[in-house]
Design a protein around this ligand. Sequence first.
Ligand code: HEC
Ligand code: HEC
Length: 230
Amino acid sequence: MAARALILVALATLGCDEDALGPARAGLGWFSRAALSDHAENRVACASCHDTADGPSRAVGGTLAGVATRPSFWNGAETDLLDATNACLTTFMRSAPLDRDDGRGRALFAYLETLPGAATPVTYSIQLAVTRAPGGGDAGRGAAVYQRACDGCHGAPHTADGRLDPGAPLLPEEARSLAVQHFPTLSPALVVIEKIRHGAFFGVGGWMPFFSLEALSDPDLADLLAYLTL
Ligand code: HEC
Ligand code: HEC
């Protein structure tokens, strides 16, 4: 009798846990799916750009560990998690924003709430003026930087093998000719750095994310440029 009651209690508890996990599990699904965006050509998901582990991150969008408890976002420009998320959804994923009562957004936030981390703002540094290319890079080390930072979307250099987004130009060949075509008076390296540091922002346009100095240091950038022969 007692054993049976215990089993029932255990089952009831399991049931509750599953209910509690339900939205978070659905949220993890949306976190990982490009289809959260309503743009037919979008290929990226939250998970393409964000880590979820607590600790230093070199993912282009940083880690979202503890994000639901942060008092502000986007270097203090946003104080609402939905607005902070919609900035990514509309710019990088080319979607309409999520409404506050959208079940997908609620599930997504239920998932983000399960990610433990400090309840403090995470700041990052943006290079505003791009005036010179860091030199002296090591092409060998640059291969690993490329693999970590660019390969996921652009595919392999010179071939674009494994490219995620058909809108992402072949590196370095197409990027170089685009640079020469649009900015004939600048060195292609500077044009590429401008794109890396500002992404779709600062009037550059498009939908690529920008790399903060935390996500990509200047020494890493120098190695990357050497690898891409820019
Ligand atoms: C293409 C890359 C990309 C995608 C896709 C993307 N983000 Fe971001 N996200 C960024 C970048 C870049 C930043 C700003 C830099 C940083 O936070 O280090 C950012 C910032 C954020 C922030 C603010 C963090 C803070 O503390 O300032 C939140 C919240 C966020 N993203 C959530 C999401 C969610 C949720 C999704 C999916 C719906 C998503 N992002 C999709 C790149 C991306
Ligand atoms: C999340 C996906 C993503 C990542 C990561 C990414 N890119 Fe891009 N990149 C794109 C897309 C999509 C485009 C085309 C749309 C645009 O210009 O924003 C693009 C465009 C570019 C351009 C062309 C700019 C022009 O003149 O039109 C360059 C150069 C470039 N990327 C370099 C890089 C380098 C170098 C890296 C790694 C440090 C990188 N990208 C990482 C998606 C990405």
